[in-house]
Design a protein around this ligand. Structure first.
Ligand SMILES: Nc1ncnc2c1ncn2[C@@H]1O[C@H](COP(=O)(O)OP(=O)(O)O)[C@@H](O)[C@H]1O
Ligand SMILES: [Mg+2]
Length: 291
């Protein structure tokens, strides 16, 4: 049985890129041959559904409330990954071993309320179910990775997600960073988790970068790094790392085509030559070494 690594993406503010990076990371890990489960634990504003669009038999909400089994809530979306593996992996290097399962949260407001406005007793039983979910995913699915997308800030389900993770990534959007808030998260929440062995890292997203039209980098291996205001990003990264004591695991530039695309999609699968894809690849390599 592999040693499963559980990684959670968190942030102080919303809109930092948690979902985008979590979804792309999970898809690319599966493409590389790993067995991956991606969980939408942003129970207050679920959004992974928009990337994969497949209807689950049951929602994670049902599992947490004790109304569904693990196999009813995990949707196998491996075919979505295979479609692109076949298309792009020339030279017969198709890695068939990779698998990707998704656990979706319901967007229905009644379902959200049920998880949020529970009594102390039912909160406790939901938390037990959540810990059981992690155990069942590991034992029944033989996973290499569990990737968890969370809600921003200090909220019940975010903290639960962080508590079951082996590593957490505090995602920051450059240009819109609340240094005090981030520091508060690091000192009040993360420090107690890291005491018990959780690894925590800063993940800088949307640092100043190029806005290169797709045609210019198609097929290129060149990763375009931030140039303009690079110094600013490095300064802020330095200040944050110093204040929080957390290492920066990756700095991902802002790509206009991703920011302004009309529909969210898995750039890492659909555009293998995109510099964002190269960045996700680097992040995955860092995860393999450091987590
Ligand atoms: N590196 C990036 N470059 C450009 N746009 C990005 C980047 N990362 C995320 N985005 C965009 O930022 C928006 C917010 O990202 P999202 O992943 O939904 O954030 P969160 O899950 O933290 O709320 C989305 O429209 C997404 O496409
Ligand atoms: Mg999100």
């Amino acid at each position: 049985m592999p040693t499963t690594k559980c990684v959670a993406f968190h942030s102080y503010k919303g809109g930092t890129g948690k979902t985008t990076i979590a979804a792309n990371c999970a898809a690319l890990l599966a493409k590389k041959g790993f067995k991956v489960a991606l969980l939408d634990l942003d129970v207050y504003a679920p959004s992974l559904y928009t990337y994969f669009g497949s209807e689950p038999r049951k929602w994670l909400n049902d599992y947490l409330l004790g109304d569904a089994a693990v196999e009813d809530v995990m949707t196998d979306v491996t075919e979505t990954v295979r479609e692109y593996t076949r298309k792009y992996d020339a030279g017969g290097r198709v890695q068939d071993g990779g698998r990707l399962w998704l656990g979706f949260c319901s967007m229905r407001k009644e379902e959200v309320y049920k998880l949020d406005s529970s009594t102390a007793e039912s909160s406790k039983s939901q938390l037990r179910r959540f810990i059981l979910l992690r155990e069942q995913l590991i034992s029944n699915y033989d996973l290499d990775y569990i990737i968890i997308d969370t809600s921003p800030g200090i909220r019940y389900w975010s903290i639960n997600a962080l508590a079951v993770a082996d590593a957490l990534f505090l995602t920051l959007k450059m240009g819109d960073i609340d240094i005090e808030g981030t520091n508060k998260l690091a000192s009040e929440i993360y420090s107690s988790l890291t005491k018990y062995g959780t690894r925590s890292f800063l993940l800088l997203n949307r640092v100043a970068g190029y806005c290169v039209p797709e045609a210019h980098f198609a097929g290129s291996d060149d990763v375009r790094m931030a140039v303009t205001e690079e110094g600013d990003s490095a300064d802020i990264a330095g200040v944050l790392a110093g204040k929080t004591g957390m290492e920066v695991i990756s700095s991902i530039p802002c790509y206009c085509d991703i920011q302004f695309s009309r529909k969210e999609f898995l750039t890492a699968l659909v555009q293998p030559g995109h510099p964002f894809t190269k960045q996700v690849e680097r992040l995955i390599e860092a995860v393999q070494i450091k987590v």
